[in-house]
Design a protein around this ligand. Structure first.
Ligand code: SF4
Length: 333
């Protein structure tokens, strides 16, 4: 049965992190200086098993969730991920998707599609190889990510491409990305640089506002806004007037959308977070591993959501930006 939080928002969209590890070190998410050789990632025994993830997902679906997004870190680093996809796909008529940096996608796309994945989102911040290699900070080439996108499309998976835009780093890549993905059927979305976590050195000056991104593209390819497909859709969408598809912008900084936020996040070690910018989470793993019944789990999750009042982006200040917020690489975007 649907559950509402203190602002009347229904629980609809679940982000499931299956690992806190990644094979990239994107400067806006997992800076190498922090996530270096000595960084203590979660040991395997602390990760939720696929059975445990499936149990939590079943409870969340029972409370109204209709969209499950598998994230990380980099989710394709988790072995046999297609097994989890199969388990989640069996939970019902859901929008089951995955966000990946694309590095391993060419190898995994067919397996994921066959297991029941609905679609995939690939992060690609630039087509300029030097810029991209600098942003992922592990010298990984654009070409291999594009190969992953092609493999996903060949496997029949609808593809969205996400690009985080940071001033002074890749704003010159915006138009190049739009030119490349127009008419391909892949939906390109631009994300404002956000003050996620406490390690990416976020400053407002480094944010390229969504309005500026849209203007840059519209100057060459006229656009018109599209209605949101459902309450809580994250991206503001625009279609090309010449029919060559659409783009989206995710403007958490300059156009906050907390009022319609229907998202909850499950970390790889079993904590529930009710906001991307939360400081603390709610431990479900202890419940799961202490023999709690599904009813007890349901009651615990329901109580967490019913007490929810998050609206971080509406309240963002220079001070809040410095809070020790949970790392995005730990709970997924
Ligand atoms: S800041 Fe938190 S409450 Fe607001 S939209 Fe993002 S996740 Fe939702």
């Amino acid at each position: 049965m649907r559950v509402l939080d203190t602002r009347g928002r229904a629980l609809r969209d679940v982000r499931i992190s299956v690992t806190d590890r990644c094979n990239f070190r994107c400067v806006y998410c997992m800076p190498k200086e922090v996530f270096g050789r000595d960084y203590r990632f979660l040991p395997r025994r602390e990760l939720l098993t696929f059975e445990e993830i499936e149990r939590v997902a079943r409870v969340l679906v029972g409370l109204g969730a209709r969209k499950l997004r598998i994230t990380g870190g980099e989710p394709l680093l988790r072995r046999d991920l297609e097994v989890l996809v199969g388990r989640l796909a069996a939970l019902g008529d859901l929008d089951l998707t995955l966000t990946t940096n694309g590095a391993l996608l060419a190898r995994k796309a067919r397996l994921l599609a066959d297991a029941g994945l609905s679609r995939v989102t690939v992060s690609l911040d630039s087509l300029d190889d030097a810029v991209f290699r600098a942003m992922n900070d592990v010298d990984f080439p654009v070409a291999l990510v594009l190969e992953g996108i092609d493999a996903a499309a060949a496997a029949g998976l609808p593809v969205k491409v996400n690009a985080v835009v940071k001033r002074g780093v890749n704003e010159d890549s915006v138009l190049e990305l739009a030119r490349h993905f127009r008419g391909t059927g892949h939906v390109l979305r631009f994300i404002e640089f956000m003050d996620v976590g406490a390690t990416n050195g976020w400053r407002m000056d480094d944010v390229v506002p969504a309005a500026e991104i849209v203007q840059t593209i519209a100057a060459e390819f006229p656009l018109e806004p599209i209605e949101a497909a459902y309450r809580g859709e994250v991206a503001s969408r625009y279609r090309y007037l010449d029919g060559q598809g659409e783009i989206g912008v995710i403007a958490s900084v300059t156009q906050p959308f907390c009022g319609d936020c229907t998202r909850i996040r499950l970390s790889a070690d079993g904590k529930l977070y009710t906001c991307l910018f939360a400081v603390r989470g709610h431990d479900l793993r202890a419940l799961l591993r202490s023999g709690a019944s599904d009813t007890e789990l349901d009651e615990a999750v329901r109580a967490i959501w019913e007490r929810r009042s998050d609206r971080y982006s509406e309240l963002r200040t220079a001070e809040t930006a410095r809070l020790r917020k949970v790392e995005m690489s730990y709970i997924g975007g």
